[in-house]
Each structure stands twice: as C-alpha cells, then as structure tokens.
Design a protein around this ligand. Structure first.
Ligand SMILES: [Fe+2]
Length: 229
C-alpha cells in the first residue's frame, strides 16, 4: 500500500527583521494610505462607482509597489518589494521544488492592513492571485498576551481554515492558529480561508501584505486583452 498525500497546503512561517528605518517608513506610508481610504472615490472613481452600485465591499484598492515612486518612503518600499520577491521564490522552491533554474515571472500587489484595538479581520480568501505574503510590522504596545485556553483563542491569532470540503476522522482540527509577533512573515496559498481574532492590544497593529500572481509558466501567459468591438 502506498500512501500519497495529494494537494497539500504549504504554509510558510519565518521571522524577518527589517532594518528599523525601513520598518518605520513602511508603517508610516501604510498608516497614511489607511487614513486616505475614504478617498477611493477620487483615486479610483470607476472602481468605487462599480462597487457602490453592486453593494460590494471595497477594501484597500491600491498597489504600493506600483505607486512607490510617489511616496517619500519609496526606498523602503523598493527594499520590501525585493525582500518579498525573494521570500516568495524561496517558498516556491521549498514548497514546490521550483528553483532559480526555472524562469518564473511574478506580479504582485502590495497593500496594508491597519487595525486598532477591537478590530478583527473577517473570514476571506484572496482572489485573482496564487499566494499571499503577510508581514507583521507592528503589533502595538508589546506582544499579545499568551492564549487563554487554546492557541486558537489568542488575541488577534491568525486562523487558517482547513480548505478541504468535509474532512472527518482523523482530522479533528479544522483550524490552525498562528500567534502574531513583530517580524512574523507568513506565506500561504491564496485560496485558503483565513480570519483573525479581535486585536485587544494597545496601539495600531500594522501588516504589510503582498498578493502574488505567477504569470509564467502557466496559462496566464497565453491571455491577451480582448479589445472592445
Ligand atoms: Fe488575508
């Protein structure tokens, strides 16, 4: 009898300590972008009008990598872009045995997630991409307190949900929890549903997020824009 575990869900965890000026600059630009979220009707009027007309929820609609040169923190953004790309290539290598000998073209969208005490992130997955990187720039004043009874109940624990349809015996645990710390970096497939517990710390909890899309190799490379008739 051969046992093959098919279609596993590779989740990477790594502590990454940015130079302090880079970390501070990234927090600065993400706090500013978060404060300007209400300007979506000015910066992306067509998107805002569409989302409003359909009553869709519109979250962060920008790409920090694409607009880096418009920010005084552009050097920190570029530094993080290269760091994130390197981490993603390492993830591809370790999770899927895709090394640097393989030409891989990657696109990415970078944005922030800023939360005050009492906030949480509701269950979601990331659409239109292949993998997600999240890096905790700041977890407020001090580290979150230890989990009360189980890790899944910890303050602002990241909860990753079992992507399988209806697993039963012996997979009792349908939730995997990760306790956030400054510097913690996680990469997971984009289709994995996830959420967070409520953030109960003092100060802002700031994450920087990258949605990665592999353009090549793959069928995306064949896609072409279809001109309107
Ligand atoms: Fe997410």
């Amino acid at each position: 009898m051969e046992i093959r575990y098919l279609w596993p869900t590779p989740v990477a965890q790594k502590m990454v300590f940015l130079d302090e000026p880079v970390r501070r600059d990234l927090i600065s630009v993400l706090l500013r972008k978060d404060a300007e979220r209400h300007k979506i009707g000015i910066t992306s009027p067509e998107f805002e009008a569409f989302m409003t007309s359909k009553r869709f929820y519109a979250s962060s609609h920008y790409n920090l990598f694409a607009e880096a040169d418009t920010h005084p923190e552009h050097a920190a953004i570029k530094t993080f872009e290269w760091l994130a790309y390197g981490l993603f290539r390492d993830y591809l290598h370790r999770a899927f045995d895709i090394g640097n000998e393989q030409t891989v073209e990657v696109a990415g969208r970078c944005f922030g997630n800023v939360q005050a005490s009492g906030d949480r992130t509701f269950p979601h997955y990331h659409q239109s991409c292949d993998a997600v990187l999240v890096h905790y720039l700041d977890v407020g004043d001090g580290e979150p307190e230890p989990p009360s009874t189980t890790a899944r109940r910890g303050t602002h624990a990241l909860l990753l949900l079992d992507p399988r349809g209806a697993p039963n015996f012996p997979w009792w645990e349908k939730v995997s929890s990760i306790t956030p710390h400054r510097g913690l970096t996680i990469i997971h497939p984009a289709h994995v549903w996830h959420e967070t517990n409520v953030w109960r710390g003092e100060g802002s909890r700031v994450c920087i997020v990258v949605n990665f899309q592999v353009l090549k190799p793959g069928y995306l490379d064949l896609h072409r824009r279809i001109p309107a008739p």
